[in-house]
Design a protein around this ligand. Structure first.
Ligand code: MN3
Length: 239
């Protein structure tokens, strides 16, 4: 999904041109291997907890900018050009120095947001099966996870994320990161996470980040998180 796919980008641009309009996200988009997938649901799917305009701006402009930035430096990746994004992020110190910061910020941003859209659009509630058992075992149960996750999100100074990371052997941990850093940079995977940059919530919540963090659980798609947990354990979770 996040591998080189020039044809899709070119086809997408042609469709936009043929349609007689140019969306801002595509206006200055350099052609390149990184691709912005559409949101997997309508912009208003997470209402009333996350408003449609926030979803639209967040995906079509913020996430699109990361993809555009990546495509702007993709031709400088050298020997890493054909590597999947998660492998590049796990080996940031091997990225050519001139583009390392861009790969960290925009590559991390692309990975984080690609995960973020997937694990929302649901109806909250509780996880089931193996994931539920792992949350009980490693994080003290769902109620404690939510309390500690929200507290960690509140403590992020400035911009960043709070995640549940998962290791190859299925162990879960709560971790917060600044900016667009991700547990992938530590050799782990990001099972799920919430974006606590102000752009993720400011239109509806303004300075009330705690309210956003609490409300966000109502749109978590636990079926997706369960799928991601199974993929992590099978060694197939990329982003
Ligand atoms: Mn964001």
């Amino acid at each position: 999904m996040l591998r080189a796919d020039r044809r899709t980008v070119i086809t997408g641009l042609a469709a936009v041109v043929a349609g007689g309009f140019v969306r801002p996200a595509f206006a200055q988009a350099p052609a390149g291997p990184f691709k912005l997938d559409p949101l997997p649901y309508a912009n208003n799917k997470n209402e009333p907890h996350i408003d449609a305009m926030t979803m639209e701006i967040h995906h079509d402009r913020h996430h699109a900018a990361f993809v555009n930035n990546l495509n702007g430096v993709a031709n400088q990746l050298g020997g890493m050009a054909n590597m999947p994004l998660n492998e590049i992020l796990a080996k940031l110190n091997e990225v050519p120095e001139a583009i390392r910061t861009t790969m960290r910020n925009s590559g991390g941003g692309h990975a984080n947001h690609s995960m973020f859209w997937q694990i929302m659009g649901g109806a909250g509630g509780e996880p089931k099966g193996d994931l539920n058992a792992a949350i009980d075992r490693d994080l003290g149960g769902l109620a404690k996870l939510q309390e500690q996750f929200n507290a960690a999100g509140g403590r992020v100074f400035g911009s960043g994320w709070v995640f549940v990371s998962v290791s190859k052997d299925g162990k879960l941990a709560l971790v917060s990161k600044p900016n667009q850093d991700t547990p992938i940079m530590d050799g782990l995977m990001a099972l799920m996470g919430n974006d606590v940059w102000e752009h993720a919530y400011y239109l509806k919540y303004q300075n009330r980040r705690a309210d956003y963090l609490k409300s966000w659980w109502n749109v978590v798609n636990w079926n997706k998180v369960e799928e991601r947990y199974a993929a992590a354990r099978a060694g197939t979770l990329a982003i």
